[in-house]
Design a protein around this ligand. Structure first.
Ligand SMILES: [Zn+2]
Ligand SMILES: [Zn+2]
Length: 278
């Protein structure tokens, strides 16, 4: 059996126009997933697009003076839809959730949202980086021509460690290797060993805080990062497709589960549980 998909977006995420909670549930049943968590985006930081950056056309209404302000989650609509899906598919465990972006920069907004939503799965993420003016997307891409890919990764991991130190009310750290998604072709290939010290620092903070590490399959997580998680006394992991449409649900999970097993983690007694260290 595949592990639960603990990080999925539906139409209730502002950047997932092709998302569908209903179709995702049907697909989860087809795939035999034990459960799925709809962790919609609460992107709390507005992004300055900067020269030469074009936002996709459908984001146009969100952009004012080159600043993209993501809208808040429609909690009422989300809840209603979730309840409808639960009633329609009682055989599937459907968790409510949220993906908080840079909650340590916006602690009162983040905590107010958690109070209003009482979510079953709370993910913390870093998607933003300080830019020349305001904040830009954390990506290794042409947008950061003034920074090397290695600098972007180091800055991202340092920000992630600050998040863990400064903001407590979350359960799972999302996509620890997020900037690698847009690693430029042609240059030096990504090698996690180049960032061993920085990864270990984040993992040590995360383990000390008693949190869970996510194995995100958008880019397969390098097995060495899981080996370091174990060495730094990390206890538990989740699996995450980070799907923004139903077809991407649980993508790469079979390989990820084998990788995690080889790295010393195993499913819980209950298929809904986090995987834990052997
Ligand atoms: Zn994310
Ligand atoms: Zn996500």
């Amino acid at each position: 059996m595949l592990p639960p998909d603990s990080h999925v977006h539906s139409q209730w995420s502002w950047d997932a126009p092709a998302g569908s909670m209903e179709e995702t549930c049907v697909r989860a049943l087809d795939l035999g997933l034990p459960s799925v968590a709809f962790t919609e985006h609460a992107d709390l930081t507005p992004w300055t697009l900067g020269p030469g950056t074009k936002a996709p056309e459908e984001w146009g209404p969100l952009v004012v003076d080159e600043v993209l302000t993501p809208p808040p989650v429609d909690l009422d609509g989300y809840r209603e839809c979730l309840e409808r899906c639960r009633q329609r598919h009682p055989e599937l465990r459907i968790l409510s959730g949220i993906e908080l972006s840079e909650p340590h920069w916006h602690p009162s907004r983040a905590e107010a949202l958690l109070g209003a939503g009482s979510f079953e799965r709370v993910l913390a993420s870093v998607h933003s980086a300080p830019a020349a003016s305001g904040f830009g997307f954390t990506e290794v891409s042409a947008r950061y021509a003034d920074q090397s890919p290695a600098q972007v990764v180091r800055a991202y991991l340092a920000e992630t460690a600050r998040l863990i130190e400064q903001f407590a009310p979350f359960e799972v750290l999302a996509h620890i290797d997020y900037p690698v998604r847009r690693w430029p072709a042609g240059g030096k290939p990504y090698d996690p060993y180049d960032f061993e010290e920085e990864y270990r620092h984040v993992l040590r903070c995360l383990a000390a805080a008693g949190k869970v590490l996510e194995v995100n399959t958008r880019v397969p997580l390098h097995p060495q990062v899981l080996a370091w998680w174990r060495e730094e006394r990390g206890q538990a992991i989740t699996f995450a497709s980070d799907a923004h449409d139903p077809t991407a649900l649980a993508r790469g999970f079979s390989d990820a589960a084998h990788m995690a097993e080889a790295a010393g983690f195993r499913p819980g007694r209950d298929p809904h549980d986090f995987w834990s260290r052997r």
